[in-house]
Ligand binder design. Structure first.
Ligand code: G3P
Length: 271
């Protein structure tokens, strides 16, 4: 399974690539803002274009998703083509991230704007990562329109179920794959947890031989990554903290303390 870093922070990108543990990058406007604000706080002058190009070079040979911000089909196609033209020549690894459905709650008639944009961008041979997917049905439509990656958001489904049940939680808390056993809102239209969303999507793609890759997104802890791997996700994208958590276990630490204490001086001199 491929592991992507969900970040626009160059130092994090450099670090995970230097270790050979990262297969791609996902960015969104919120992550780019976070990275740029951090640099500005330090008084560093930032050209966003140069900054993104640096990230693309580090990730050369692996996909980097850059997101559109327009909410109508024409706007997304224009932005997607512009982003691709401007950034893809740097390392030939740009994927355009398009929301599956861009309508706001009060709007009607925009349900397919994202799907149409995916279709048109793919027609122009631009690789697409379809984002903000919360049901297997949305995933199916995005795949039929030709999206290369389809990104169901696991963590936000867990948030929804916890909020609807008025639970106190931290975003990175583990949420059971099998869902809640008590409460009024046990599922979101048949989806009992974020990992269940990934599992159902991956199973549908498997049964029907759908070629789009399932990119499990909005993952906030290591156990979620493990469960998504078992559920058949092709890719998991996560923040740097989750990469760190994946490398960590208290018994590994205890073992290090013990080995370090026990090691005789003669052995330390040898190694
Ligand atoms: O890749 C999408 C991701 O950035 C969303 O994560 O934690 O804000 O739900 P989160």
């Amino acid at each position: 399974m491929k592991l992507f870093l969900d970040s626009a922070i160059l130092s994090e990108i450099e670090y995970v690539y230097s270790m050979g543990i990262c297969d791609g990058i996902t960015m969104n406007p919120s992550l780019v803002k976070k990275a740029v604000d951090k640099l500005k706080e330090k008084g560093e002058h930032v050209s966003l274009e140069g900054y993104i190009k640096k990230a693309l070079k580090i990730a050369k040979g692996t996909p980097v998703s850059l997101e559109v911000t327009a909410r109508d089909t024409a706007g997304m196609i224009v932005q997607g083509k512009r982003l691709f033209k401007k950034f893809n020549p740097t390392a030939r690894n740009v994927y355009i991230k398009v929301p599956v459905n861009t309508s706001f709650p009060e709007e009607k008639g925009k349900e397919f704007d994202g799907i149409l944009a995916i279709k048109e961008l793919r027609k122009a041979k631009i690789p697409v990562n379809c984002t903000l997917v919360f049901t297997p049905e949305q995933a199916l439509l995005a795949a039929k329109a030709g999206a290369n990656f389809v990104s169901p958001f696991a963590g936000r489904i867990d948030d929804l179920l916890r909020k609807e049940n008025k639970m106190k939680f931290d975003k990175s808390d583990y949420f059971p794959i099998e869902g809640l056993s008590k409460g009024k809102h046990l599922d979101d239209n048949g989806i009992v947890s974020g990992v269940d969303l990934i599992a159902q999507t991956a199973e549908i793609f498997r049964i029907h031989g759908i070629k789009s890759e399932v990119l499990a997104a909005s993952l906030r802890n290591a156990r979620q990554v493990r469960e998504c791997a078992l559920a058949g996700a092709d890719i998991a994208t996560m923040g740097f903290e989750t990469f760190k958590e994946m490398a960590t276990h208290k018994l590994t630490m205890d073992g290090m303390v013990k080995f370090t204490e026990d090691s005789p001086k003669e052995y330390d001199d040898l190694v």
